[in-house]
Design a protein around this ligand. Structure first.
Ligand code: HEM
Length: 538
């Protein structure tokens, strides 16, 4: 008993489709009445005045007046593409997810984005990139809402409004438009040293990708997979571009920003149109689901941590191919609504406190952005699995729901009895034990080390990558008006590495401070460098 307008593939049907296509041999009003002229207002004589009774004029202009919807509060600028995901079946021993069984093809929609800029900002700014994938699986929608950087600025979602307020343009002058070269950004990341790792990735070449097609993607958080017998495994998700990982150099990025602010968007669309379909291998790192949820001393619930690929290799589990451009940017790329809580049987969340806040935030913001609770009915958001929920009414309801009893069990509508149980193929949360605990507002001790992972990243860079990082910090910090922020930033860098700190200090014409914490004793991870990468291996 699903809505009338949904076909089994989630596409609009019949009259709905014709209406959306705006086709036909003559123009009509929004009510379908044939028009004889849409270029002149109705007037009392050719020289006016214009008559208020001209409904066509008012209908046309009123609709135009309401064409804009709010842009996303973050990740406002993006580009999307349709594609297909084919699974290898290699994850079937750790997850019962149907779309990860051998040789299953699943339609997908991917949206790439920058984080800080507004909808009309430039593409090749120094920023994190979003990499959000909607899998329209046979068991419902699975969204992997990730980034091209595997760690995040903060460890607890309660600080998300703060970090974004710091990163967005200054409230007085509304500058800068789209990047992190300003006082409030650097004030935040130097006062909150858990941001050090993400900031270092931003200042590396990863902050200025050459193309969406040459970016890695990461789920960032640790997720939990559940197999058919109920066994659980902790995983981190990875996207590995078949074209390899490539960045722009800073000077290129600056020139392109001026000459073609749509560079990444154009590159993606042109490549797909030319048949050069971009491909990524989907991969997982797996970790035993131990009660402490750590691996080799790394806290898997801390989203400022990676697990080096040398310690836990990325295992390929499928191939993503983007092969079709959207036909309407607004309908698809703008109206798509991702959510980290859109999960399918076999994939579950962990207790990462950043993920917990995301589970609340996306639905909440989309109710504003897409004007009400019914945006799952917009074609791009429709599951390609039957929908039989008990929601009713609300703004922009397009379904004509049948029956009188939207509750279960009922004795009036008959059919569709609600059956619970593990053998029904329903989504069941993994029965994870919650340890006995006292209610507190505090972080675990394991979240306190903010420098050893950044140090590993720095030590893994090739000489040219290090040169670029020093150049990036020097440029960005030079844009700050406050000297105290520059000095605090140098202190953070001294706690990562003396060579990095000395290089940036020289760039800023300031003395390099001594570290205030012992330098971490960590091994480099060669897989982090873009030079001499060993993956993909084929
Ligand atoms: C949007 C990734 C953390 C709130 C997005 C998008 C991506 C993303 C890729 C764009 C989705 C699209 O293309 O439509 C991430 C990642 C995070 C993270 C990887 C950390 C690991 C957070 C946190 C919050 C948050 C902690 C809030 C507590 C939002 C909101 C949007 C958004 C409100 C706009 C959604 C919309 O309007 O449709 N995020 N995000 N994000 N994110 Fe996050």
């Amino acid at each position: 008993s699903g809505p009338d307008t949904v076909s089994p593939t989630g596409q609009p049907t019949g009259a709905d489709q014709a209406r959306m296509a705006q086709s036909g041999s003559y123009l009509t009003s929004a009510q379908g009445t044939r028009l004889y002229d849409t270029d002149h207002s109705l007037k009392a004589g050719p020289r006016g005045p214009v008559l208020l009774q001209d409904h066509h004029l008012r209908e046309k202009i009123t609709h135009f007046d309401h064409e804009r919807i709010p842009e996303r509060v973050v990740h406002a600028r993006g580009a999307g593409a349709h594609g297909v995901f084919r699974s290898y079946g290699t994850a079937a021993d750790v997850t019962k997810a149907a779309f990860l069984a051998e040789d299953v093809e699943t339609p997908v929609f991917v949206r790439f984005s920058t984080v800080l800029g507004s909808r009309g900002s430039a593409d090749t700014v120094r920023d994190t990139r979003g990499f959000a994938t909607k899998f329209y699986t046979s068991e419902g929608v699975f969204d992997l809402v990730g980034n091209n950087i595997p760690v995040f600025f903060i460890q607890d979602a309660i600080k998300f409004p703060d970090v974004i307020h710091a990163g967005k343009p200054h409230p007085d002058r509304e500058i800068p438009q789209a990047q992190s070269a300003h006082d409030t950004f650097w004030d935040f990341v130097t006062l909150h040293t858990e941001a050090t790792h993400h900031t270092l990735w931003n200042m590396s070449d990863r902050g200025i990708p050459r193309s969406f097609r040459t970016m890695e993607g990461f789920g960032v958080h640790t997720f939990r997979m559940v197999d058919a017998a109920g066994g659980t495994t902790l995983v981190k998700f990875h996207w590995k571009p078949k074209l390899g990982v490539h960045s722009l150099v800073w000077e290129e990025a600056q020139l392109i920003n001026g000459m073609d602010p749509d560079f990444h968007r154009r590159d993606l669309a042109d490549a797909i149109e030319a048949g050069a379909y971009p491909e990524w291998e989907f991969g997982i790192q797996t970790f035993p689901d131990t009660p402490d949820q750590t691996f080799e001393g790394i806290d898997l619930l801390d989203p400022t941590n990676i697990v080096p690929e040398e310690l836990a290799p990325v295992q390929p589990i499928g191939l993503l191919t983007l092969d079709r451009n959207p036909s309407n940017f607004f309908a698809e790329t703008e109206q798509v609504a991702f959510h980290p809580g859109h999960l399918v049987p076999g994939i579950d969340i962990t207790d990462d406190p950043l993920l917990a806040g995301r589970l609340f935030s996306y639905l909440d913001t989309q109710i504003t952005r897409l004007a009400g609770p019914n945006f799952a009915q917009i074609p791009i958001n429709r599951p390609h699995a039957p929908v039989n929920d008990m929601t009713r009414d609300g703004f922009h309801q397009t379904a004509v729901h049948r029956g009188v009893a939207p509750y279960r069990p009922n004795s009036l509508d008959g059919g569709c009895p609600f059956t619970a149980g593990a053998d029904t193929g329903a989504y069941i949360e993994a029965p994870v034990r919650v340890p006995e605990a006292t209610k507190v507002r505090e972080a675990p001790e394991t979240f306190e080390d903010h420098f050893s992972q950044p140090r590993r990243f720095w030590l893994s860079m090739s000489p040219v990558e290090r040169e670029h990082i020093i150049g990036a910090y020097s440029f960005e910090l030079a844009k700050c008006y406050e000297q105290a922020i520059r000095e605090r930033a140098l202190q953070v860098l001294a706690n990562i590495d003396p060579e990095l700190c000395a290089g940036v200090a020289a760039g800023l014409g300031l003395p390099a401070p001594e570290p205030t914490v012992p330098l971490a004793d960590v091994e480099p991870s060669p897989a982090l460098s873009q030079v001499g990468r060993t993956w993909p291996t084929d």
